[in-house]
Design a protein. Structure first.
Length: 211
């Protein structure tokens, strides 16, 4: 049975995992081209959502915490799509300076999650699509409910959250965080870095959902 103490411990371990994971990138520089900018920006946003999920869970703002998992997933999908599958035209729309015209162009020209997943399946590594697809199949509908004020949000807000839901959400978030780091390592195209990122998964398997 998962306890509140278990939840607090997995949050603490997650912070250690986060620190160690992203400290690996301190000595590297990313390209200044639009594609690199798009990937790094979306990974940074996904990272921010992961931190927010942990902090909101820590202070027991639990419905908002669950919404962060959906936002983290979408930012990660966008990052991986930008890395492997997006056209140059789409990348340019994503990183354009914000104006009414560029906002409309992005609205009309950038795909939703389902279309990005199709593109990743066609052009990205099979393993990446598989992991993203498994998460979506299992979590998408409940997370939609938390984001849009649906039955999951209403029920849990009234009845309370079992600890195991947030214990699992923190670990799922760490899996997504690890995928963000792998995407950044692929962007840098450094084999040794990529191997170190992968190895860290095993070292911190206790705070990850799938081991």
């Amino acid at each position: 049975m998962i306890t509140v103490n278990d939840l607090e411990q997995v949050i603490a371990r997650s912070e250690q995992f986060d620190d160690e994971l992203f400290s690996m990138f301190q000595k590297f520089e990313f390209g200044d081209d639009n594609r690199s900018s798009a990937v790094v920006t979306m990974c940074n946003i996904a990272h921010e959502h992961a931190i927010s999920l942990r902090e909101l869970t820590r202070i027991r703002l639990l419905t908002s915490a669950m919404g962060m998992l959906r936002l983290q997933y979408e930012a990660l999908v966008r990052a991986i799509w930008a890395l492997y599958a997006a056209s140059e035209t789409a990348i340019d729309k994503l990183v354009a300076p914000l104006t009414p015209e560029s906002e409309q162009a992005a609205k009309n020209g950038l795909p939703n999650v389902s279309k990005m997943m199709e593109d990743i399946q066609k052009k990205g590594p099979p393993g990446v699509h598989r992991h993203l697809s498994e998460f979506k199949d299992y979590s998408w509908q409940p997370l939609n409910s938390y984001v849009h004020g649906g039955i999951h949000a209403a029920n849990r807000s009234n009845a309370g959250y079992p600890v195991n839901i947030h214990y699992s959400a923190v670990r799922q978030s760490n899996n997504l965080l690890h995928m963000s780091a792998i995407a950044l390592a692929q962007l840098i195209n450094d084999g040794d870095l990529a191997m170190e990122v992968v190895k860290l998964y095993k070292k911190h398997a206790d705070c990850l959902q799938l081991t």
